[in-house]
Design a protein around this ligand. Structure first.
Ligand code: V47
Ligand code: SF4
Length: 357
């Protein structure tokens, strides 16, 4: 075991300190760490691993921010820039197979789309697909809409909810601490503001996810600080559904690292997140960023969710990932089963649709 004292704490359900998390990030006992995280996952979710039938839709990649780690965004007129009309968004939605339960919608910060452009998109989707959950817009986009419309954050959240928004994905968190944030995404809202937007959403009854982009310029201390801030907000609101560590994909970006994080780094990050975030019900191994094989191993290192069918993915693919863009439901089930786990299809709020035990 990585540390007897930490092991004792986990087995007796005691909360880990930031210093404990740092020790875990530094341990070389990867199997001991995995066993401990797997135990913590079992306490919360038994042997179940969740997946969702979803479809990603990116309405535009025009973005005024141009974060250094992002290969997806473009400026107006640049090669590869795109902006979808509401009709084209609907067309993408229609391509989703029978059984899809969630549209995951995120985009760049468009230089001149109006607030109505966003509410029209949500209401059109809701009108045509009333049974599909709309998980849309990161905290960064919500903040941008408030700033560009001159309306308050709470007003924007209300308008989005009225138009059909059901929950928010966890993007835009990156590394919340300002030292790294200034270097990887200087134009983006601060970590403090990201947390404020999430707090406001939770208070309005919208559930959200949280992410952490790792494997670039951050240190283990930066990761622990990030996790601590998320755990503190979760203590306050209880509004986060899942935590998703996002493995950095370096292709076509302006961050000088040669490779994406190693498999061991991926597994460690999943395991430490599971152990430290004791108030998060779910840790998601996002197979698009991890690759199918590491995502499968992550299920033995504390993850209890593997995300979904996805269908079309641009953010990781424009940054050079070699994972595929779509995984069929049957393949998700098989991947989970082969890890010795029970596949459970869920909706966006983790209600069970069907268990394949
Ligand atoms: O905010 C951008 C990240 C995020 C790169 O909530 C990159 O269920 C790696 O948040 N390498 C968007 N990551 C994706 C996201 C997400 C994905 C899946 C599920 C959920 C959920 C949320 O992608 C961005 C940014 O943090 N990102 N560029 C890159 N080169
Ligand atoms: Fe824009 Fe988001 Fe890419 Fe940053 S990560 S450049 S905010 S699309």
């Amino acid at each position: 075991m990585p540390d007897k004292r930490i092991e004792k704490k986990v087995l007796s359900g005691k909360r880990l300190t930031p210093d404990d998390a740092l020790r875990l990030f530094r341990t070389e006992d990867i199997f001991g760490l995995g066993r401990l995280a797997s135990y913590a996952s079992g306490v919360r979710n038994g042997n179940h691993v969740y997946f969702v039938q979803n479809r990603h839709i990116n309405p535009t990649n025009l973005c005024v921010n141009r974060c250094r780690f992002c290969a997806f965004s473009r400026s107006r007129g640049e090669k590869g820039a795109f902006e979808l009309s509401v009709a084209e968004v609907l067309e993408r939605a229609r391509q989703a197979p029978e059984g899809v339960r969630e549209f995951h919608i995120v985009g760049g910060l468009h230089p001149d789309w109006s607030l109505e452009r966003y509410t029209d998109m949500l209401s059109a989707l809701k009108e045509h697909f009333p049974a599909v959950h709309l998980k849309a817009f990161t905290a960064v986009e919500i903040d941008y809409l408030a700033k560009s419309s001159g309306l308050s954050l709470n007003r924007i959240i209300m308008l989005m909810k009225d138009a059909g928004l059901d929950s928010l994905p966890g993007g835009g968190a990156e590394i919340l601490g300002s030292r790294v944030r200034r270097r990887i995404c200087p134009e983006k809202i601060s970590g403090k503001r990201w947390l404020e937007v999430m707090r406001a959403c939770h208070k309005e009854g919208l559930r959200t996810n949280a992410t952490m982009l790792y494997g670039h310029l951050e240190s283990p201390e930066d990761r622990v600080d990030h996790l601590r801030r998320l755990r503190d907000l979760q203590d306050e609101t209880g509004g986060f559904n899942a935590f998703i560590p996002l493995a950095f994909q370096p292709g076509n970006t302006r961050i000088k690292t040669r490779t994406s994080p190693s498999g061991l780094e991926d597994l460690k990050t999943i395991a430490v997140s599971r152990l430290f975030l004791d108030n998060f019900a779910h840790i998601k191994a996002y197979w698009i960023m991890l690759g199918e094989k590491i995502a499968q191993l992550a299920l033995l290192f504390g993850a209890d969710d593997i995300d979904g069918t996805v269908i079309e993915e641009k953010i990781a693919h424009m940054a050079g990932t070699d994972a595929s863009e779509v995984m069929a439901k049957a393949d998700l089930i098989e991947l989970i089963r082969r890890a010795g786990k029970i596949p459970v299809e869920r909706d966006s709020l983790y209600n069970v649709v069907e268990s394949y035990g």
